[in-house]
Ligand binder design. Structure first.
Ligand SMILES: O=C(O)C1=C[C@@H](OP(=O)(O)O)[C@@H](O)[C@H](O)C1
Ligand SMILES: C=C(OP(=O)(O)O)C(=O)O
Length: 432
């Protein structure tokens, strides 16, 4: 029997201050690049969610010393040329970022390994990464022409390529850049629409020879990386659930402290503002590394809108919660150019549409997005999470705008990116 959690917040609005857990994308990269580098890397603000713990576990198996004390992580690595061959398979769990970025790293290493994942990850496409890696001379073998996990990787010296990405994907870009670190020559990756640039920023911090021109990133093979310190900002994709909730409940206002403000991730703020919420940004830090700051969101009367094009990669993981937000906005919201949602932890277009319809929303799935008419009164009821953290959190937030309680199936999946989500919800919710 599937476990469930029933919550009822229909008489609540949101108020207060929140520091959300560390950014998932940046936490993964800090451990990965710290393990590639030689020396000690000290990470502060690490996300102790299941996905990032899988990344730590993989590098421990390769002989890297990693100590974690809550959100402080110390990586001591002899450098990737000294990694040990693992005695068992490397398990990426539910994490697409772990699997795809590891493929790029392992392809240019000097060890043999087998990469596996859970049921959901084993259905997600890997050929977006393995095809360009094979062009670089990688040896990767697996089912359906190396499209599905498990994949066996025999590390090799690689050759640089110039790769024009057919899709906007930071995972693909990062995997090729990691492989490029171990390739002869200079590797370039071009993207039509800019995706998150955490890998580029962090590689530079660790001493890689890396550059950018328009939408093309270059990395020179052979540079030696050195351990350093990394401060991980709060995850704007996690904050987005409470930001959207604040925007749609009359009387709400929440201040998010230390949240990441990398412009390749802030599409949610643009959309909240365009739909009618108040968005104030203060104390923004700039300089080397990742920008962060304090963001206050205040309720506003919301209007539906069209969400498409260049903003999509800047809010790709926020689209489930944006769909819920749109049910509370007046008029029509159209989400387009988001076909990538179909290959996330679950098909998020189907999952969001099915679950929101169950509680009374007017949502229609399209090939590459959704059409939502609002505002609608949501009734509440039982919602499936599909084992997908973002669908689970969307269901939980729906309880703030539903007449009756919401029962979430398999709520434990939320710990993939936000282990203390329900505690934070309880802290912010106050009676109207
Ligand atoms: O590089 C990353 O850390 C991520 C990139 C995105 O995936 P794609 O690269 O598949 O768009 C995003 O959906 C995922 O949650 C994290
Ligand atoms: C898609 C996601 O992650 P991943 O691809 O790493 O599984 C996500 O966190 O929403």
């Amino acid at each position: 029997m599937v476990s469930t959690k029933t919550i009822h917040y229909s008489k609540s609005m949101l108020h207060g201050e929140l520091s959300v857990p560390g950014d998932k994308s940046i936490s993964h990269r800090a451990v990965m690049i710290g393990s590639i580098a030689e020396g000690t890397t000290s990470i502060a603000g690490f996300l102790d969610g299941d996905d990032c713990l899988r990344t730590i576990d993989i590098f421990k198996r390769l002989g890297v010393s990693i100590e974690r004390n809550g959100t402080e992580v110390t990586v001591i690595s002899p450098g990737m040329r000294q990694w040990q061959e693992p005695s068992a398979d490397l398990y990426a769990g539910n994490s697409g970022t772990t699997a795809r970025l590891m493929l790029g790293i392992l392809a240019g290493s000097n060890i043999k390994s087998v990469l596996t994942g859970d049921e959901s990850l084993s259905k997600r496409p890997m050929d977006r990464v393995t095809l360009p890696l094979l062009k670089m001379g990688a040896e990767i073998k697996g089912e359906q022409e190396s499209n599905l996990l498990p994949l066996s990787i025999t590390g090799k010296s690689l050759t640089a390529i110039d790769y024009a990405m057919p899709i906007a994907s930071a995972q693909v870009k990062s995997a090729i850049l990691f492989a490029g670190l171990n390739a002869e020559g200079t590797t370039s990756v071009s993207e039509k629409t800019v995706s998150r640039d955490h890998t580029e920023r962090m590689l530079e911090q660790f001493g890689a020879t890396i550059g950018k021109e328009d939408n093309t990133v270059f990395v020179k093979g052979g540079s030696q990386l050195h351990g350093t310190t990394v401060q991980v900002p709060g995850d704007i994709s996690s904050a987005a659930f409470f930001m959207a909730a604040t925007a749609m409940i009359k009387g709400s206002s929440v201040t998010f402290k230390g949240v990441g403000l990398n412009p390749t991730r802030t599409g949610i703020l643009d959309i909240l503002q365009s739909m009618g919420a108040r968005v104030e940004i203060k104390d923004e830090t700039k300089g080397i590394g990742e920008p962060s700051g304090t963001v206050t969101i205040t309720y506003g009367t919301l209007q539906g809108m069209e969400i498409k094009g260049e903003v999509i990669p800047r809010l790709i993981d926020e689209l489930p919660i944006i769909a819920l937000l749109a049910t509370q906005a007046s008029g029509k919201t159209v989400i387009k150019d988001a076909g990538e949602l179909r290959v996330k932890e679950t098909d998020r277009i189907e999952a969001v549409t099915n679950e929101l319809i169950k509680i009374g929303a007017d949502v229609q799935a399209t090939a590459d997005g959704m059409i939502i008419h609002g505002p609608t009164v949501l009734t509440g009821g039982q919602m499936a999470s599909y084992g997908d953290h973002r669908i689970g959190m969307m269901a939980a937030i729906a309880s703030l705008v539903s007449l009756q309680p919401i029962t979430i199936e398999d709520p434990a999946c939320i710990s993939i990116s936000y282990p203390q989500f329900f505690e934070d919800l309880e802290i912010l919710a106050v009676n109207k």
